[in-house]
Each structure stands twice: as structure tokens, then as C-alpha cells.
Design a protein around this ligand. Structure first.
Ligand code: ADP
Ligand code: ADP
Length: 227
């Protein structure tokens, strides 16, 4: 479903962020991205959403060349994706329900339908009573669950989550990851970056990044200089 073919990314004036990355993630898979800060995890996730584009190589989603999608095609791509990225914080000046409705409103859904589905999404993440709350009144873990509800409200095929459990205590982190696993079990492909060894130890698939290079299997333990 997601394929990287010899993908490299170099931001202007910086060392390469990704170097000749080739990998494939199948439909229905739950794949973790691991590696130290600066290794290229966010960049890899953003390439799948065409937020960043490869300097060379090809990223395919369902066989479509994501890096070649024109501006007007981006909404169609993004509709397939549920994004939980660092930059996309909740809007603090509106309530939880309005935050979760936003992707549907942007996509042109009728307000009553968006309202109904946003409430269903909040129920799915265990926050049915928080619709009217302002984000600032929620704990960090609750805010992240709202971000998950916002990411899945349009029923994406793929969830891309960048460090979704960063800064959460153990119980909140487990809850957040458990929710993502629930969606994965329901058929949603998930790619999740994390530093959390607790999750990585039990993961069925871990892609390690180090200085922009990807490895798996026997090579997967980070070497000391990267730790
Ligand atoms: P990670 O998510 O593993 O911390 P990133 O993908 O954020 O790694 O970063 C990979 C490398 O690319 C780092 O060296 C980082 O400084 C650099 N980088 C990331 N985004 C940008 C950007 N917008 N402009 C310049 N350099 C960037
Ligand atoms: P509805 O069908 O009314 O949207 P559901 O109770 O079936 O409500 O789903 C609850 C929420 O979970 C909805 O917001 C839905 O968009 C979201 N969701 C996202 N992906 C899935 C999935 N693969 N399976 C079920 N629900 C999903």
C-alpha cells in the first residue's frame, strides 16, 4: 500500500534527512518508526502525505506517485490519510467538537452530519462527554485522544502518527497507543513514530532510521552512538 523506492530528501543547507530509503508497508499493517531525534522519522511520514516531497526517488500510495500529486489533488490524497503530526495542534480557541468536525467541514460535509460523526469519533476515543470542553481544560493525554478523533473522523485508510505518545505518562501513552491499535485491528494501516521502547519491544514491525538510512530485522537495534 505504501512504497518507498530509493527515496532521498535533502533540505536546503542541511545534511540529508533521508538517504536512499526503500521499503513497503502492506495494507492493514502496523509499522513503527524508531530512531534518534533528527533521524528522519517526521520527514518520512510527511512524504507519505506529500507535505514534503522527495529530492529523488518515488513514494507510492496505492500505486499512485504521491510526490507528483499537484496542489489541487492534495485534498483527495489527504482524505485517505489520518494525520497526527507534531505541527497540527488542536485549535485552542474552539471547543473539542469543533476541532474534530473541522476535517469534515473542510471536505464540505453537511454540518449536521459532521456533528454526528464527530461525536461518534469522540465516543470511539472514550471522550463522549468532552464535546463542549475547550482543549485547554483537557489533560495532555485527552488532547491527544481528541487529535486521534480528528484524524479518524473521515475514516482514513491510513493513520500516520508522529510521536503520538511524547510527553504523556505511562498510562496515557498506553491508552493512546491502544486506540491506534484498535483502529489497526479494524483494518486501518498505521505508521507510528516513537521513542518508546515499551512499544517497540512488542512491535511486529519496526523500521529503524539512523542519519536518514532505514534498516530492519537483525540490524534494528540502534547502535550506541545514536542512542
Ligand atoms: P526526526 O523526526 O527523526 O526527529 P526529522 O525528519 O524531523 O527527524 O529531521 C531529519 C533531519 O532533517 C534533521 O537533521 C532535521 O534537522 C532536518 N530537517 C527537518 N525538517 C527540516 C526543514 N523543514 N528544513 C531544514 N531541515 C529540516
Ligand atoms: P459513523 O459510522 O456514524 O461515523 P461509527 O460508530 O461507525 O460511526 O464510527 C465511529 C467513529 O470512528 C466514526 O467517526 C468513524 O469515522 C471512525 N472510524 C474511522 N475509521 C474507522 C474504521 N476503520 N472503522 C470504524 N470506525 C472508524
Amino acid at each position: 500500500m505504501i512504497e518507498f523506492h530509493n527515496v532521498s530528501k535533502r533540505y536546503a543547507g542541511a545534511a540529508p534527512a533521508l538517504v536512499d530509503v526503500s521499503l513497503a508497508i502492506s495494507s492493514g499493517e502496523l509499522a513503527f518508526l524508531a530512531g534518534p531525534s533528527g533521524a528522519g522519522k517526521s520527514t518520512l511520514l510527511k512524504m507519505i502525505a506529500a507535505i514534503e516531497r522527495p529530492s529523488s526517488g518515488t513514494v507510492l500510495l496505492n500505486g499512485q506517485d504521491v510526490g507528483a500529486i499537484k496542489q489541487r489533488g492534495l485534498p483527495y490524497l489527504r482524505r485517505k490519510l489520518g494525520l497526527i503530526l507534531q505541527e497540527q495542534r488542536l485549535l485552542m480557541d474552539r471547543n473539542v467538537l469543533a476541532n474534530v468536525m473541522l476535517p469534515l467541514m473542510v471536505a464540505g460535509a453537511a454540518p449536521a452530519e459532521a456533528d454526528r460523526r464527530a461525536r461518534a469519533a469522540l465516543a470511539r476515543v472514550g471522550l463522549p462527554d468532552r464535546a463542549g470542553s475547550m482543549p485547554v481544560s483537557l489533560s495532555g493525554g485527552e488532547q491527544q485522544r481528541v487529535a486521534i478523533a480528528r484524524a479518524i473522523v473521515h475514516r482514513p485508510q491510513v493513520i500516520l502518527a508522529d510521536e503520538p505518545t511524547a510527553n504523556l505518562d505511562r498510562d496515557s501513552a498506553d491508552l493512546v497507543l491502544g486506540l491506534l491499535q484498535d483502529f489497526n485491528r479494524a483494518g486501518v494501516t498505521c505508521v507510528i513514530s516513537t521513542h518508546d521502547e515499551h512499544f517497540l519491544q512488542h512491535a511486529s514491525r519496526v523500521i529503524y532510521l539512523s542519519h536518514g538510512r532505514a534498516s530492519e530485522g537483525w540490524q534494528r537495534r540502534p547502535v550506541a552512538e545514536d542512542a
